[in-house]
Design a protein around this ligand. Sequence first.
Ligand SMILES: Cc1cc2nc3c(=O)[nH]c(=O)nc-3n(C[C@H](O)[C@H](O)[C@H](O)COP(=O)(O)OP(=O)(O)OC[C@H]3O[C@@H](n4cnc5c(N)ncnc54)[C@H](O)[C@@H]3O)c2cc1C
Length: 754
Amino acid sequence: MPDYGHPLEFGTFITPGNDPPQNAVALAQLSEQLGYDLVTFQDHPYQPAFLDTWTLLSWVAAQTERVHVSANVLNLPMRPPAVMARAAASLDLLSGGRFDLGLGAGGFWDAMEAMGSRRLTPGQAVDALSEAIDVIHGIWSVGERAPLRVSGDYYHLDGAKRGPAPAHDIPIWLGAYKPRMLRLVGRKADGWLPSLSYMQPGDLARGNTTIDESATAAGRDPREIRRLLNVFGRFSPGRGQLLNGPSEQWVDELLPLALEDGIGTFILGSDDPATLQQFAVEVVPALREAVARERGSLGTVEGTVRSAVARAKRRDGIDYDAVPASLADGAVEPGDPGFHRVRSTYMRAGSPGVVLRPRNPAEVVDALAYARRHPDVPLGIRSGGHGISGRSTNDGGIVIDLSRMNAIDILDKSTRRIRVDAGARWTDVASALAPHGWALTSGDYGGVGVGGLATAGGVGWFAREHGLTIDHLLAVDIVLADGSIVRSSDDENADLFWAIRGAGANFGIVVSFEFEVDELAGDVGWAQLVLDASEPAALLERWGAAIEAAPRELTSEIIMGAVTPGRQAVAQVLAVVDSDDPDTIIDRLQPLAEIAPLLDQSVQLVPYAAVMANVQGGSHDGQGEPNARSGLIEHITPQFAAAAERLLASGDVYFFQLRSVGGAVADVDADATAYGNRSANFSVVAFGSDAERLDTIWEEVYGHFTGLYLSFETDLRVARLDDAFPPRTMQRLRELKKRYDPDNVFKDNFNLAR
Ligand SMILES: Cc1cc2nc3c(=O)[nH]c(=O)nc-3n(C[C@H](O)[C@H](O)[C@H](O)COP(=O)(O)OP(=O)(O)OC[C@H]3O[C@@H](n4cnc5c(N)ncnc54)[C@H](O)[C@@H]3O)c2cc1C
């Protein structure tokens, strides 16, 4: 007889009575307090004496914190499966992944018909349930781009939108007794949920055989299917009939159900608090112990099995069984329901073979060691997933995603020293510093990650006043290619520290950064101006001149799109003035407002954290591959401005941006860090949809540049490396690369080893 090795779980089965309605909720809360894993309710929507089960499940999920909730089992024919799938995913998201889906084919047809349901024969009801399971999975499959179309005998969907994806892999458990339903369990379900009181001796064994044969025929491993069982009984001092007696009798009688009939989840049907308590306190631990003992002596391996459907989505060349135990919990594979949340980045579509999500430096070491055992598959390092030059996703490779390492700590108030983990986002850094009246210049978008930006440069809203983000860096902890965790600062591994500030992506995985941050006077001036751009060259030139003439507390950028014939050309000028004095802010902005007719304007006095709170929610769903070209330029000369005008008129550029660097950025010695092009006043970037056409039109502006900030460039050819790093810097970087990463493990972002 089978023992499928499922870790034991326990649930309660509570009557959803409505008199008084809070009873069922209180019993659910008691179940949670008593340590049960699951709370379930029967579902009879035609029964006025009962609360509606969906509503009750939602209420209970909101009134509990840990326990899972499920119907036992839902009456499918009375609910459209697409709506049910969405409701299930919604409740799962709201409850933090605590909703499980017990489903039934329906049964009380007179009552159901009276409520408006179509009467089905038992065979039809099973077929309808089978179709419904496909619909439910289809709605949850947000990774599929095409809308959901199902043309079944019972359900017809014509282009339904998919989603939302549930928070966890919601198991579908079927209440089943007859062979046809049992075969459906074997083919499509994640669990079998009968009641012991409806079973004759031998029924469980026969049911398991039918399920297992059907599962095997469908290419599944029978262990994918959990066996759950509703049990009813009474505690009494003397031994009596089945589950009527003292706790020891219960343990004796449940033990063979676990070991010989493979039951992994026992669900106790009772509304009596004392019974729920006695079972939890006396039966559950004793049964766990007895099962563990028997499994130990028989050598039964305890665990759950990944489904055949999920395994089929695994990629070649990755040893999935060797994922280190420390990372197994957070590892996401293509077959996992959360894969769509981690596969792509902000800019790019991707389809990695596995995304590892370490929670601390030791786990980063494990992840890197695992990745290094796969030298032939691509490796991406991800912090915030906003890489433009850096990939941080791939096709069929490994991604080490640091987003769960996102702590922000104040180390020393008097010196304004903070430590930030690589996976934090800049909006969170700005919010954490705000209560102290501090800020750290980072970038213009709060969703960008700390790890990618603070290893490359960091051109932010206080660039002219306070320099680059890397200019505030005091030390890092970095995992090197050989797996060592090294601290690097001006005093420790100083050459590495030099390299990390500008070319960090080549040297390892920085796990945390220590910065000295700046004090703000108060709120800042935040301006968004819309200007007439019908004379783009003149506008750019005037903007450049105004910036160069402005005091350093002003930092700005100008953004333009393709010029479309017949439509007014506009430019957006964004600026931050580091002052909380309205007169100073207006004074600093006035020259910018005068460079062209002003079409619209918004100037606000806001906390810096509010400027950085411009983050879109949700997971990244970048599409395709971005094409960006970038350069650093000293001044906006008439020749450059004319070339830029032609670039905009070409129609091949849909986003063109100039932003101020200069000021304090140029105060730092060019040899002090690996970010070597410090004399430029402006950084330029253009995005186009066609790389070849972009290259052709870019030729004209390229000659005006004195260097390149690598973060905005997607062309990784060697010539761009020479643009990004002056010869002396480049030579030193290449020597250090050989020393710190001799096998060229870190190569997806401006690879120096070429
Ligand atoms: C919308 C948007 C706005 C931007 N605005 C600005 C801006 O204002 N100023 C500016 O300077 N930049 C800006 N950038 C560029 C941005 O700084 C870089 O793309 C940066 O790499 C993103 O960091 P991330 O951690 O989010 O990226 P990820 O995609 O996670 O990483 C990008 C690359 O950085 C490297 N990397 C990531 N984490 C680490 C780590 N912990 N250790 C070592 N290497 C690592 C890897 O090579 C990786 O491929 C912007 C980008 C976008 C998409």
